[in-house]
Design a protein around this ligand. Sequence first.
Ligand code: PMP
Length: 440
Amino acid sequence: MPRRGAPLPVLGRDVTVPLVTGGEVTYAALDYAASAPALQRVWDDVAAYAPYYGSVHRGAGYLSQLSTDLFESSRATVHAFLDCREDDQVVFTRSTTDSLNLLAGALPDGCEVFVFETEHHASLLPWTNARVTYLDAPRTPQQAVRTLESALAGRDLSVPALVCVTGASNVTGELWPVRELAAASHAHGARIVLDAAQLVPHHPVSVRDLDVDWVAFSGHKLYAPFGSGVLAGRTDWLRDAEPYLAGGGASRTVARRADGGVDVEWHTSAARHEAGSPNVIGVYAIASACRALTEAGFDALVDRERHLVEKVLTGLAEVPGVRVLSLFGGDTPARSEGDTRARAAAGTAGRVGVVSFVVDGWNSSHLAAALSAEYGIGVRDGLFCAHPLVRTLLGGDPGQPGECGAPEAVPGERGEAAAPAAEGAGRPLNAIRVSFGAGT
Ligand code: PMP
């Protein structure tokens, strides 16, 4: 019996948008990998709590105590959601980027970092104070493990090391062999942090089962768009590090010294890295999303999403000139011989609800603009903050950064009818991404 359930209610489902051709249409949100819409449940929970909002950890008043309870019980909810080890810590941050920068600032002296060049920039770039080894793009999950193993082999075990790896790609949607990469890391005395930004909205994540040392994710991709993120995992490196931000909340005692300076005793708990008044609404929203997804059941969510991925791949396989981008599965050219359904089903395994593609002879930005203007479909075009990965997938230097920061100049105006555009040397400059999830 199929377990596939209904989509979870999300905000913005009934929004209508104008079309350039006249009239309007219900908006199709297919950009979950950038930011997923809020679950109605999250919105309702936040609205129910908002009137009682108070300062956290500081007030004797009833509302302050209520907020502190909600803040700390949210920490426990996230701890359970990630199936953390008992003594793991959940630190609340602003986002995945913030979490990984926090960890980067907590690396022990001399730490080496190993990271695949295919990572999102949030995982690729924060390690500015470490010696970084960038690993070549693997073309299969097995090759990823072999590449890591040979990079770690023979390293000086007295030197601390960290491996940073994504759980699911925000470009191809493909799942990475996290458990195997964690085993390889530990076998060579290295720690591993999982960038789960694209994984947690789609799959259950068990820190114990995957045996990763840390997990980072963002609330806004988990249907909780209120500016919060999580770094969860081992306490030792975090406890020994300088506070991520210095200030109130992170300090246990502060006293003036006789010589005129200041002595500070920092907290050793998660509070050490949470200085300043925390984003209690954002944290509460993350916990609400964790509860909602747990109650909906990941079995049903995964099953449903697999069906949607297959539908997208089948549809794309029927369009002439479409090339779906895949690191692990090879390209899936359209109109290939053979049964498109079978090919789509093959591409579905090991992929979350994220599919990027290019269309021969067409400018991806034009197409994305046309999908919005002519059909009310919101997708993303660009390089998705993973320039080396997309460069590999497109087969060369696309030369036009697209996603990170303000969009680069897109020839033609948004809203003009799509037309095939000449691409430099026949090479696509960037890609289109459709992404979806529990609310689709
Ligand atoms: N890693 C991955 C895999 C992502 O998809 C994203 C967001 N696109 C990030 C990291 C960064 O997340 P944030 O922008 O919320 O910090």
